[in-house]
Design a protein around this ligand. Structure first.
Ligand SMILES: Cc1cc2nc3c(=O)[nH]c(=O)nc-3n(C[C@H](O)[C@H](O)[C@H](O)COP(=O)(O)OP(=O)(O)OC[C@H]3O[C@@H](n4cnc5c(N)ncnc54)[C@H](O)[C@@H]3O)c2cc1C
Length: 461
């Protein structure tokens, strides 16, 4: 039984009175066999030897992170590369993959135990997302659950008890899927200029949503959208970041005020991405998360966490591609010797490995800072500066995305012509590896951020 399912099991059996101590004991029991297994593996070889852990050095991770990696990889093993090839080709949602993770409790990994989650941190959630991508599921597998793990964070922190009771258990159990609606065609990365509005009806019972979102992943299969919309016009607020509100809205696809158009895309084709049109679409007033007009601040809270998750997903994809490339370079014989004997093949692969390892350190450092800051928030004098976390999380996302891109590109080139063939998987990884460079924030905007905040250079936009 996985860690999350172990904790979920306790909840499902209504052991809500279980003390922290008992949870720790159950955690220790879950960890114990896996810890011994990992200790054995690490004695046998400096690097793990199972297909999933073939490359990444695991030294320095916590016991809990390694437990997560082990348990999630066991579930992913039921969804081999052929599954993802097929779903990519047919553009069919990986519904059973999402269901398998939900069934084992993993969707609640970073949600509080009081809500039925596992109560772990972003360090563990990042490891989960990395493990999924690394298993061969790539960005498609990660994106099929990404919003359920990440977009639920602001809801869990700022939602009312009623909101939490009615939504979180359904999301953790997999009954409801969630999408995240921020990007708009006319605002792009300038989020504060988004123009979708939410206007309260005179009776105060509903808001009417009007506007358009774009690139909304999983909107076709989601029952709920975490939506950012303007409740006060830009011209009437002191700061552009005021007047935006966050909602957890039902997606009633039969309503004439809601329309979706699936976007044909380069990679991750198993998961849908959409244009979403709202035309006076009514939502209940109690869909509002937190205070009206404070939505931007609320999502800022989770943005650093999302950078870490994306970095983990990029790392997973990069290690998967590099593993395939190294295996091919060992096996493929041309000019009567393995191609990996040529330094023109071997050296770029070695460089990719070092880039990934460096990005891995940056990623888990950022996740640790994020988690430590969350824990120490209430303890006076102990808090880690938010700008330090922002720089660490953005840098990690940038470095992991770049390392993954190089590894995926090199994996295709190492395969020669076969790098172009679906059955070797690296073409799929290559198509997918551009996403972490673009979303949720582009590489250029991260460079802008570091130039401005760290180097104190003038703002360029
Ligand atoms: C596969 C995929 C899934 C996605 N899923 C979701 C989702 O579920 N929910 C959601 O809300 N969004 C989603 N997105 C949207 C994603 O977050 C945006 O595409 C991303 O934030 C970039 O915004 P944009 O596409 O509007 O680019 P634009 O803002 O149009 O930028 C275009 C280019 O110009 C550059 N640029 C713009 N301004 C500057 C500047 N000042 N300095 C330097 N360069 C600049 C950018 O870096 C970029 O290279 C997804 C995108 C993709 C591709």
């Amino acid at each position: 039984m996985g860690l999350a399912s172990c904790l979920l099991f306790l909840h499902l059996h209504n052991e809500l009175t279980v003390t922290h101590k008992m949870l720790r004991l159950s955690l220790a029991r879950t960890l114990s066999p896996i810890r011994h297994g990992l200790a054995h593996l690490s004695k046998a070889a400096p690097f793990s030897t199972s297909p999933l852990r073939s490359l990444m050095g695991t030294t320095g991770f916590t016991e809990t992170q390694l437990t997560v990696r082990e348990a999630v990889s066991q579930i992913c093993a039921n969804f081999p590369n052929t599954y993802w090839q097929e779903h990519d080709q047919t553009e069919q949602d990986p519904t059973d993959f999402h269901a398998a993770l939900a069934k084992a409790g993993w969707l609640g990994i970073a949600l509080p135990e009081s809500l039925g989650g596992a109560g772990l941190g972003i360090s563990e959630a990042t490891m989960m997302m990395q493990t999924i991508a690394e298993s061969g599921a790539g960005m498609a597998g990660a994106q099929s659950i990404h919003a359920n793990v990440y977009a639920t964070q602001p809801l869990a922190k700022f939602g009312t008890p009623d909101q939490l009771k009615s939504t979180i258990p359904n999301i953790i159990s997999g009954k409801w899927r969630v999408c995240f609606g921020v990007t708009e065609p006319n605002a792009g990365l300038d989020t504060l200029r988004l123009s979708t509005t939410a206007t309260k009806t005179p009776d105060g019972q509903n808001y009417l949503i009007k506007g358009q979102k774009i690139w909304i992943t999983c909107a076709q299969v989601a029952s709920k959208m975490i939506l950012l919309a303007r409740t006060t016009p830009l011209s009437q607020v002191k700061k552009a970041s005021d007047g935006l509100s966050l909602f957890c809205i039902p997606l009633d696809k039969s309503h004439p005020g809601l329309e979706m158009k699936r976007i044909k895309k380069l990679g991750g084709r198993a998961v849908d991405a959409n244009e979403v049109f709202f035309d006076n679409y009514p939502i209940p007033a109690d869909s509002l998360i937190g205070e009206e007009g404070k939505g931007f601040k609320i999502i800022l809270h989770g943005m650093n966490a999302e950078r870490c998750l994306l970095a983990g997903e990029a790392l997973g994809l990069g290690y998967a591609a590099l593993g395939k490339a190294a295996a091919y370079a060992r096996d493929r014989t041309v000019f009567q010797r393995p191609i990996g004997m040529n330094q023109g093949i071997a050296h770029p692969l070695a460089e990719c490995y070092m880039n990934l390892e460096a990005a891995k350190l940056a990623t888990y450092h950022a996740a640790r800072l994020y988690d430590e800051a969350s824990k120490s928030q209430s303890e006076e004098g102990k808090s880690i500066r938010m700008d330090e976390i922002g720089v660490a999380c953005n840098s990690a996302k940038y470095l992991a995305a770049e390392a993954a891109f190089k590894a995926c590109e090199r994996a295709v080139l190492t395969h020669g012509g076969m790098g172009y063939a679906v059955e070797f998987d690296v073409e799929r990884y290559f198509r997918e590896c551009l996403v972490p460079r673009i979303a949720p924030v582009s590489r250029e905007m991260i460079l802008n951020y570091v130039a401005e905040r760290v180097l104190q250079l003038p703002r360029s936009y």
